[in-house]
Design a protein around this ligand. Structure first.
Ligand code: ADP
Ligand code: TRP
Length: 325
């Protein structure tokens, strides 16, 4: 089974990204083949600052490796280090119907928000299809927001196969990441970069404490009993704590006499201890850029080898690449 997924380097990863996606990618890395890439080409549809993109792509690599992505088990690479993907994208584009892309929520939502629709944003799902189809991927773990893009990918692959009369492209399946993992942000809404309510995984200790202390809570007085189920501080605590620790804090909520400040301190302590090893590892990796670069280069080499094989198959299906002698 070939597993593949990508994540955009559009800023530092936050708790929502970790519990909603990264943790689950890492759990799947023992598969026969797993490819994970940093989708820097996709990020170009929103990041237009060379230094910022370069820095967040690098940070993404350090973060993923520190969080447990193991280059001995999985292939990690930068999307832009595999030029085959953009070539495949063009070939796919020639069989992709405009109407299919017009239906995509990601595009429609951005346009509705007034973001100007350039061709990159519009054809974003075709690049994503190329990412997936280039490696004959079987399973693509994604968040629920990406299911439609997987359907588009299957649609494009089917159309290509039907037009050229063969099984040239393998149809992938989405593996929707565990539901219920909707991590709340500091304002109680879904944690997301676009809402400015994120808590970053590798945030330095002081600002981390400050962000946690700023989590919105209701105005139940200190002495009064509190309801853990509806409190985002408690929801966040659950991500990091054992069932026993969760039950103990829930009892304190219900008993009254505990202020939210104390619950927030518990979240801070639990998060610090949960990511302690990853933090140490990240600090260490940051001092070894050439080792990290070597991991990315080795990953790109493996990805390109597999990609070449599929691309050649697709090129010859369309009548490209044959030489007369
Ligand atoms: P953001 O909303 O901050 O821009 P992305 O859209 O780049 O984050 O998300 C990357 C991955 O992280 C997706 O697979 C998404 O499902 C997951 N994710 C993001 N935020 C959350 C959240 N608050 N709860 C659960 N999963 C999340
Ligand atoms: N569009 C995905 C996201 O925003 C990232 C992505 C790009 C991706 N290419 C992919 C995910 C291929 C899975 C497979 O989350």
């Amino acid at each position: 089974m070939k597993v593949l997924s990508g994540i955009q380097p559009t800023g530092r990863f936050h708790w929502g990204n970790y519990f909603g996606a990264i943790r689950q990618y890492i759990a799947l890395q023992g598969n026969e083949q797993s490819f994970y890439f940093i989708a820097d080409l996709h990020a170009l549809t929103s990041v237009r600052d060379a230094q910022a993109l370069e820095a967040s792509t690098w940070d993404a690599a350090l973060d993923l490796l520190a969080l447990g992505l193991d280059p001995a088990k999985a292939t990690l690479f930068r999307q832009s280090d595999v030029p085959e993907v953009t070539e495949l994208m063009w070939l796919l584009m020639t069989v992709t119907q405009h109407s299919l892309l017009e239906k995509c929520h990601s595009y429609k939502d951005k346009v509705a928000k007034g973001i100007s629709a350039d061709a990159g944003l519009f054809t974003y799902p075709v690049l994503m299809a190329a990412d997936i189809l280039l490696y004959d991927s079987d399973v693509v773990p994604v968040g629920a927001d990406q299911i439609q893009h997987l359907e588009v990918t299957r649609d494009i692959a089917q159309r290509f196969n039907a037009i050229y009369g063969g099984e040239f492209l393998k149809l992938p399946n989405a593996r929707v990441l565990e539901a219920g993992a909707k991590v709340p942000g500091t304002d109680g809404e879904k944690m997301s970069k676009s809402y400015g309510n994120t808590i970053e995984i590798f945030e330095a200790e002081k600002p981390l404490r400050k962000k946690i202390m700023s989590i919105k809570t209701d105005s139940t007085p200190m002495d009064a009993p509190k309801i853990p189920e509806t409190c985002s501080v408690f929801t966040l605590f659950q991500l990091f704590a054992t069932p026993e620790q969760q039950a103990a804090l829930a009892d304190r909520y219900r008993a009254g006499g505990m202020g939210y400040g104390e619950a927030k301190q518990a979240v801070f302590d639990a998060a610090m201890s949960y990511f302690a090893d990853a933090r140490t590892k990240r600090t260490d990796l940051a001092t070894k850029p050439s080792e990290v670069e070597a991991v990315l280069q080795a990953g790109a080499k493996r990805a390109r080898e597999k990609g070449r094989e599929v691309l050649d198959r697709v090129r010859s299906a369309c009548g490209l690449g044959t030489r007369r002698t």
